[in-house]
Ligand binder design. Structure first.
Ligand code: ATP
Ligand code: MG
Ligand code: MG
Length: 549
């Protein structure tokens, strides 16, 4: 396999191992908030965290950062576990920030006792205003100098439920004049009477993210706490909390650039809006950049892992072109998926000199470069179906497919010639009358060259199918930059072809099988809507990068 490319985080870890900085093995974690499904951006973080642990014979935990009960749910938690496993990773420990609520509370009392936290009665709005701006220092709250005993008493009563939501908060007492606004006495606890999906109604105060995250990392013995760049100026707070508490372990926070992918969005809030407002058909809609959507579209875990490796890990935010992801998908599917024939817009073609009622089972290889993928039987008979646009009455220049009077090869079968075009009263072509050359099965015809090859199915043997063609969800590369990202939704991102015909062997397709439909793209069976008698296939990706015409 390819050598592992270097990146700055691999360097840091390599140096730490050499200097024996951490007396333990490399320990990382992937810490999603269960407030939505995972997306391709999360895949980058998953591959990075689990990958670094695996490369260094270390450990990686899955930790749910579940401190915002209003937005979180069991459904999201379960989907996250499923998607991480599907991507090919397995966690060493499975934890929840909510597992630590008691310890987090005790640590907060410790801060209060050390004179480093206070209960504040200012409203969230007053706190926000008092924290100041980049150019103007913050203003101290009148409660900042409340005596320790009083803080402790109030904090205990906050926990006991004596106060209304929002009446008090607990703030870390750091530095209201710090140039870093995160250090201007951040709120670390708030009162919120909300049912929590794991701790039920045991708590009416919940810890804030910045306070929770560093302690959770420390409690799990994480050595390298990897997060995205927007947390860079939260790092002083991360370190401050752990220093004051003298936790036995002090992980190193390292920031990297988050993935931004063109023509889509990777914000759970916006993806949630697409789902709730039914712009798409659920989190696993194949147009969604979610892991569940990519999976349902037929993308392989291997292609996603390859993509994450290929885009690399840096400190510079940048937009990755969709074609990079599509390249990785095609590369995997081209190599590993069997070929099959499906006709999307059928045109009837009758072979006049082929015997009535005869069926031949042609044996066709499943993969042109991989004989080990075997062969399949494809029935051939007198009436076959081809793609409407594989025939042209008035051919455009360089048209290599079927024309009246011309010859073409049917993939894996014979050379045929078109002799007559039948039309209905409206002038629509309804049938082609053809003849075949029985001497051309697996060999070139005598004395002439036939360049075109088209795909086909036998009318009487083919199975009806619906084929769903997906396109990009947005019409512009950076929908996030729009005032309203919904304005640039691609109205043509889903095209449903409901009268397709596919070759018999596709009746055996399972939701894990993926195919290259000859000449049209890569497809998989839809895991939700495909049933016996009505096959539904999703297009994963086109054969070539044809989008930027
Ligand atoms: P969103 O903005 O979509 O809500 P988030 O960062 O709030 O994302 P979390 O559930 O907190 O979502 O993310 C879990 C982990 O995945 C975090 O460590 C986060 O840094 C990482 N992550 C999230 N989005 C991306 C992304 N686009 N690229 C790389 N890593 C990401
Ligand atoms: Mg987050
Ligand atoms: Mg978020």
């Amino acid at each position: 396999d390819n050598p592992i490319p270097a990146n700055f985080i691999r360097h840091i870890i390599g140096d730490d191992l050499k200097s024996n900085k951490h007396s333990s093995k490399v320990a990382t974690r992937f810490p999603p908030e269960p407030n939505g499904y995972l997306h391709i951006g999360h895949a980058k973080s998953i591959c990075l965290n689990f990958g670094l642990a695996a490369e260094n014979n270390g450990t990686c935990n899955l930790r749910f950062d579940d401190t915002n009960p209003e937005k979180e749910s069991i459904e999201y938690m379960e989907s996250i576990e499923r998607d991480v496993k599907w991507l090919g990773f397995d966690w060493d420990g499975l934890f929840h920030a909510s597992d630590y609520f008691e310890q987090l509370y005790q640590y907060a009392e410790q801060l209060i006792k050390q004179g480093q936290a206070y209960v504040d009665s200012l409203s969230p709005e007053e706190i926000r205003v008092n924290r100041g701006t980049l150019t103007e220092p913050g203003k101290e709250s009148p409660d900042r100098h409340r005596p320790i005993e009083e803080n402790l008493d109030l904090f205990r009563r906050m926990r006991a439920g004596e106060f209304a939501d929002g009446q008090y908060v607990l703030r870390a007492k750091i530095d209201m004049a710090s140039p870093n606004i995160n250090m201007r006495d951040p709120v670390i606890y708030r009162i919120r009477r909300v049912h929590h999906h794991r701790t039920a109604d045991a708590w009416c105060i919940y810890p804030m993210y910045d306070y929770t995250h560093c302690i959770s990392d420390a409690l799990e013995g994480i050595t390298h706490s990897i997060c995205t760049l927007e947390f860079e100026d939260h790092r002083p707070l991360y370190d401050w909390v752990l220093e004051q508490l003298k936790t036995p372990c002090h992980p190193q926070q390292i920031e990297f650039a988050r993935l931004q992918l063109e023509y889509t969005i990777v914000s759970k809030r916006k993806l949630n809006q697409l789902v709730m407002e039914k712009h798409v058909n659920g989190w696993d809609d194949p147009r969604m950049p979610t892991i569940a959507g990519l999976k349902r579209a037929g993308v392989t875990p291997k292609a996603i892992r390859e993509f994450c490796e290929r885009i690399g890990v840096t400190k510079q935010n940048s937009w990755i072109e969709m074609s990079v992801l599509e390249y990785c998908i095609r590369e995997d599917l081209n190599e590993n998926s069997p070929r099959a024939m499906a006709v999307m817009n059928p045109l009837r073609l009758v072979i006049d000199n082929y015997p009535d009622g005869k069926t031949e089972q042609l044996v066709i290889g499943n993969h042109p470069q991989k004989p080990e993928l075997g062969n399949r039987d494809v029935p051939f008979s007198k009436v076959i179906l081809i793609e409407q646009d594989d025939f042209a009455e008035i051919p455009p220049p360089k048209f290599k497919r079927l024309v009246n009077g011309g010859e073409v090869r049917l993939r894996g079968a014979y050379v045929i010639q078109c002799n007559e075009v039948l039309k209905d009263d409206n002038g629509n072509i309804v049938e082609l009358r053809c003849t075949y050359d029985p001497d051309t099965l697996g060999k070139n015809p005598e004395g002439r060259k036939v360049k075109g090859v088209i795909h086909w199915v036998s009318e009487q043997h083919a199975l009806p199918a619906e084929i769903r063609l997906y396109d990009r969800l947005f019409t512009v590369p950076n929908p996030d930059n729009e005032a309203n990202f919904l304005d640039v939704l691609n109205p043509d991102s889903l095209q449903i072809l409901s009268d397709c015909r596919v070759e018999t062997s596709l009746g055996k397709a399972t939701t894990d099988s993926r195919y290259q439909f000859e000449r049209t793209g890569y497809f998989c069976l839809d895991s939700k809507d495909s049933v016996d008698g009505k096959l539904v296939f999703n297009r994963t990706v086109t054969l070539r990068d044809s989008w930027e015409k």
